[in-house]
Design a protein around this ligand. Structure first.
Ligand code: ARG
Length: 497
């Protein structure tokens, strides 16, 4: 009965809305091309994708945490610079991997190629259940904090309000991305322009302050530094959070025009650009506030605005909120691509890779991610989330850099349009190992173990649902898929093509 209804509804949806591939491109225009992974992302869009994902919440919230963990201005700036270098090294490894394996989905295929399908599955499990929604939650919480900040000058806004605003942000982007991919792309460009504008304003204000002689915080910058090995690891977690996003273009490689040229070029342009912006912004912060003021500030960029940008200080929270929404929007786009390829490989419930045939948007993936993001914002605090996110994320970066080395031996046959010196991968692996181990060794919190156990717990699903494909798993999944498909009016990507 449900099956018949389903078939009928599906047929109706297809008849009424899904033309053949040629008509499809004419009638539905760009949206249709995007959902069936047509190659339409050029170099500029690629650079914007990386810059727009990297600059989000971190540069406006992390400076306080980096300073708290390092104890003085000098080491703090060194951590920011070193984080930029480390991101660039990681990104170079991804340039080789992304041009060697030109499939969308980021680390997913690289890990699968080097370590086998099980590791690929664990990556996709931990990414969709933990990493993507928790990173979205951090970004949205920052959005909430900054959206509320103008109404609470000089003090922290109530947590409940921040969380409500974060939830509103999640729903807003869900709506936009669910309604139209084109609208989401336009919005992304607008957000990227806004964030670059505010960065430039902060840097110029900093230069003016410096020319006026406000450099005392930058002299004797190493006095009072007290970083321990573990604290330095935590400082890096916060710095690297701000830089995170350099791998985002690898999630949409199949949509890149001429990936062999554009992927490495976009990476080489975007990563140093963001590093320079971040170092200049941090120096600007220190021209306007003392380290103590920074440590006490509820929102670093707002405090900077209050001190240096009067009477336009109100613009800062507005632009920071826009910047965070932009990074979250980029996350929505890449997250849906990962779900798409993982559904294609049978590693996620099929329904998550389905798309709406009317709007050509990956509605189930978007709803799933939004639902989990809301769950993550309820119990948590930003800094704690950042630590666990970074722990899991750097395990993955390390394994991916190691896969580059392994594939040099096991897949000599693969063409490598970009070949990075192997020491770059070795340094990335060693730094990742340090970043994963240091905070755990320094402060052996049980939560890191939970995090690890959680990643492994994906195996409970892997063996019955993916590896052995027992028939009972199909009889569980089929009706669920069918009902959800009816409810959301979506079809499998293969049906839409
Ligand atoms: N660097 C970004 C920020 O500062 C966060 C990027 C989150 N990572 C991601 N893969 N979306 O907000």
């Amino acid at each position: 009965m449900v099956k018949d209804l389903m078939r009928e509804r599906k047929k109706k949806l297809k008849d009424s809305t899904i033309p053949g591939p040629e008509e499809q491109n004419q009638t539905a225009g760009e949206d249709a091309k995007a959902t069936i992974l047509q190659k339409e992302v050029g170099l500029i869009s690629g650079v914007c994708m990386i810059v727009g994902s990297m600059i989000g919440s971190g540069i406006f919230i992390s400076p306080r945490a980096v300073l708290a963990s390092t104890g003085a201005v000098g080491p703090c700036l060194c951590v920011w610079a070193a984080s930029g270098v480390l991101s660039a090294l990681g990104a170079l490894c991804y340039a080789e991997l992304g041009t060697m394996i030109t499939k969308s989905g980021g680390e997913y295929y690289y890990l699968m190629e080097a370590y086998g399908r099980m590791v690929g599955f664990l990556f996709c499990w931990s990414s969709t259940i933990v990493m993507k929604p928790s990173s979205a939650a951090i970004i949205f919480l920052t959005f909430g904090e900054y959206a509320a900040a103008p109404f609470y000058p000089g003090c922290k806004p109530p947590l409940f309000l921040v969380k409500c605003l974060s939830a509103v942000g999640i729903l807003l982007l869900l709506l936009v991305n669910g309604l139209s991919s084109r609208l989401a792309r336009y919005l992304q460009n607008f957000f990227t322009a806004a964030k670059l504008l505010i960065i430039v304003v902060i840097v110029i204000a900093g230069i003016v302050l410096m020319l006026q002689g406000n450099t005392e915080n930058l002299t004797n910058a190493f006095e009072g530094a007290s970083p321990s090995i573990g604290n330095l690891g935590l400082a890096f977690y916060n710095g690297m959070w701000a830089y995170d996003g350099w791998n985002q273009l690898n999630f949409i490689t199949e949509e890149l025009k001429n990936p062999h040229r554009n992927l490495p070029l976009a990476i080489i342009i975007a990563t140093p650009l963001v590093s320079i912006c971040y170092i200049l912004v941090n120096i600007a912060y220190f021209t306007a506030m003392t380290p103590t003021e920074m440590l006490q500030s509820p929102a670093v960029a707002v405090t900077f605005g209050d001190k240096a940008l009067q009477p336009f200080a109100w613009t800062i929270p507005l632009f920071v909120a826009l910047s965070t929404l932009g990074a979250a929007n980029g996350g929505c786009i890449t997250c849906s691509r990962l779900s798409y390829v993982a559904g294609r490989e049978g590693h996620l419930p099929k329904i998550i890779s389905y798309i709406s045939p009317k709007q050509y948007t990956p509605t189930p993936a978007l709803i799933f991610n939004a639902f989990l993001s809301v769950l993550y914002i309820i119990p948590t605090e930003i800094s704690i989330l950042i630590n666990y996110f970074s722990f899991a994320q750097w395990t993955i970066y390390g394994l991916t850099a190691l896969s580059l080395i392994i594939l040099r031996f096991t897949r000599k046959d693969l063409e490598r349009p970009v070949r990075v010196p192997v020491f770059i991968a070795v340094i990335t692996v060693l730094m990742s190992a340090y970043l994963v181990m240091a905070p755990v060794l320094e402060n052996a919190e049980i939560e890191y173990l939970y995090c690890f156990i959680f990643i492994l717990s994906g195996l409970i699903f892997y063996f019955p649902f993916v590896h052995c494909k027992f028939s009972w798993t199909r009889s569980i999944m089929r009706p669920i898929t069918m009902h959800l498909q009816l409810l959301m009016e979506v079809v499998g990507p293969e049906d839409a093509e």
